[in-house]
Design a protein. Structure first.
Length: 591
């Protein structure tokens, strides 16, 4: 059943996936890189994993199945035990009478097929699939968080009542000794509870975990796609143990309950590599813990994937290729500013340039980038770090955030002396960056002569493609929206971008919203997020307004005359494209 390279090459050419000439060229490149042809084709994205699997299935005469969006009944999935399924990349997904269909990556694993046949006493029908399909199926082995926590809390309560754990080790008085807290953090039930909380946050793709102590209980919440969801209520008696366990993982002081603490730890498995940024804050009923999840293997982000459109994308690419000046990304906390900066740095990260950063905290570690962590306690502030970076012969400098006059002045001086400086600022709009910098006592003429581009952004939830439904606006809705948005301008943009037809008007353009048919995977109809942006490029007219210390409103008005789309307008275009809903755009942009 093994497919040889010659046979595979013949079929790739016959099916038209790759031309004969290109395949010969790619084969030479694969030999030079000392890689197998198939792996090289997938790595270079010449063919996809699914195309290859379908081709292999066709050659072998085995049906192909895609399980990436399949919900497999639990009783069928459990026919193959989870450890075997994970080890051999093989899952049961359909059963009819005495026939069991199994999806696998290696149809040559006849020994495993025979084992499943004997164990289940069923006729086995092998199907070829992709690794993403297997991953989706393996996720479904997980118990729900509530069920898993229910079992753990029940066991933990039994251990406490039996006296195997001293209950006062989990008391929430805050008077425990360091030794008591160390014992609490090492208790198996506490370790399992914290591990389960982290594991389900990763599986549900949460961005943050909140562990909040109340008077008589603890509430655990996950932030998923920007929205906080109550996840689990836990008994108050385990609060000290849970906090102590997180402190141990983060290498923080166990017996410090009065002051805030910040730390970090990492979880790495075969499926994921996640860094957790930990913040512990004393509150009235104990210590509140917030963990930010930072996927370290989240690669392959591009400005297009973040949500930047064609003309806007051209402006950004044009400005990031300039040898000096400043680019600012603005918006509130948690709107994706750092991700945008890292994506830009990834584009600029070439062997011929020296890129240095000063950050608080370092969210993603990047190869070939010199990243410095701010440590105010020992005097390493943004300003001091930036002052030292300039002496390190950098071409490109990233400052995590401009917070004060000193940092702003140093960043502007760096931009004036031949460096490209990237940074973030907390403002509500792109035009709002100028009054904010002037408020930091930065000279307007210096701002005008150094800033090349300002990107303001927010994150909106994406509609789940499987359940979204179409609808059209009625005349009352169109009139209501016209009060907030220049619909004529947006319609012109939509026609220029060929998103709608030249004769379309607002009464016949289709929009989308979460459908009535709910999915278990995303019951609210949204999954994932995308950015909405306004890109303000500095030209002579804008420079004149900055020097005259014009208001943010006046600068924005001038930028709009020159074709700048606001975040609200950009969001509306994405709603027409079916990426999100009007309700979601208004939720995020309303002030």
């Amino acid at each position: 059943m093994r497919i040889d390279d010659l046979q595979l090459k013949t079929f790739i050419i016959d099916t038209g996936l790759v031309s004969k000439e290109k395949l010969a060229k790619v084969e030479e490149q694969a030999k030079e890189a000392k890689q197998k042809l198939v792996k090289f084709l997938i790595k270079e994205k010449i063919i996809s994993q699914e195309q290859l699997s379908k081709l292999q299935a066709y050659i072998l005469g085995i049906p192909f199945v895609n399980l990436e969006k399949e919900k497999i009944p639990k009783e069928i999935l459990q026919i193959i035990p989870e450890p075997i399924a994970r080890r051999h990349n093989i899952v049961a997904f359909r059963k009819k009478d005495k026939n069991l269909e199994i999806a696998m990556l290696d149809p040559d694993d006849l020994q495993m097929i025979e084992f499943i046949k004997k164990k289940s006493d069923l006729k086995i029908l092998p199907r070829l699939t992709t690794s993403n399909s297997i991953k989706n199926a393996l996720k479904q082995y997980q118990k729900s968080l509530e069920a898993e926590f229910g079992d753990l809390i029940k066991k933990e309560s039994e251990i406490i009542s039996s006296g195997r754990i001293i209950e006062n080790e989990f008391a929430s008085s805050g008077k425990e000794s360091k030794e008591d807290l160390e014992k609490a953090a090492e208790q198996l039930p506490i370790i399992k509870i914290v591990d389960t909380l982290l594991k389900h946050a990763i599986l549900q793709q949460a961005s943050d975990i909140h562990i909040e102590p109340l008077e008589k209980e603890i509430v655990a919440r996950y932030r998923i796609d920007g929205i906080l969801h109550d996840t689990m209520t836990l008994p108050k008696k385990i609060h000290s143990g849970v906090v102590a366990r997180i402190k141990v993982l983060s290498n923080l002081k166990l017996d410090e309950h009065r002051l805030p603490q910040d730390g970090r730890f990492k979880i790495e498995t075969g499926d994921y590599k996640i860094s957790f940024r930990v913040s512990i804050l004393p509150v009235y009923d104990g210590e509140k813990v917030v963990l930010r999840l930072l996927p370290e293997d989240a690669k392959g982000l591009t400005l297009e994937k973040l949500g930047l459109m064609s003309k806007v994308l051209e402006k950004v690419h044009h400005n990031i290729k300039k040898p000096n000046g400043m680019i600012l990304v603005t918006g509130p906390t948690g709107c994706g500013k750092t991700t945008t900066l890292y994506t830009i740095i990834d584009i600029l990260n070439e062997p011929g340039v020296n890129i240095s950063t000063v950050e608080d905290p370092i969210e993603y570690q990047m190869p070939r980038i010199n990243q410095t962590q701010v440590k105010p306690k020992i005097g390493l502030t943004f300003a001091n770090g930036l002052r030292s970076l300039v002496r390190q012969d950098p071409d490109i400098i990233m400052v995590g955030e401009i917070r004060d006059n000193e940092t702003a002045s140093l960043a502007i001086n760096a931009a004036l002396t031949g460096h490209l400086v990237l940074s973030t600022l907390h403002t509500n709009s792109a035009a709002g960056a100028f009054p904010r910098l002037i408020d930091m006592q930065t000279e307007p003429f210096l701002i005008a002569s150094t800033i090349n581009l300002i990107i303001a952004q927010r994150l909106v939830r994406r509609l789940y493609p499987e359940t979204k439904e179409k609808y059209k606006l009625n005349s009352a809705e169109i009139k209501s929206i016209e009060n907030e948005i220049d619909l004529t301008k947006i319609l012109e943009t939509l026609k220029k971008e060929k998103i709608v037809k030249p004769k379309d008007n607002w009464s016949n353009i289709e929009f989308y919203r979460p459908g009535k048919n709910k999915s278990e995977e995303c019951p609210d109809g949204y999954k994932g997020r995308i950015g909405i942006y306004e890109i303000l490029e500095i030209n002579d007219e804008i420079k004149d307004l900055i020097i005259k210390e014009a208001t943010a409103g006046q600068i924005e008005e001038q930028a709009k005359k020159q074709g700048m789309l606001t975040m609200l307008e950009d969001g509306f275009i994405k709603a027409v494209q079916g990426l999100t809903s009007i309700e979601e755009i208004l939720r995020v942009t309303k002030e």
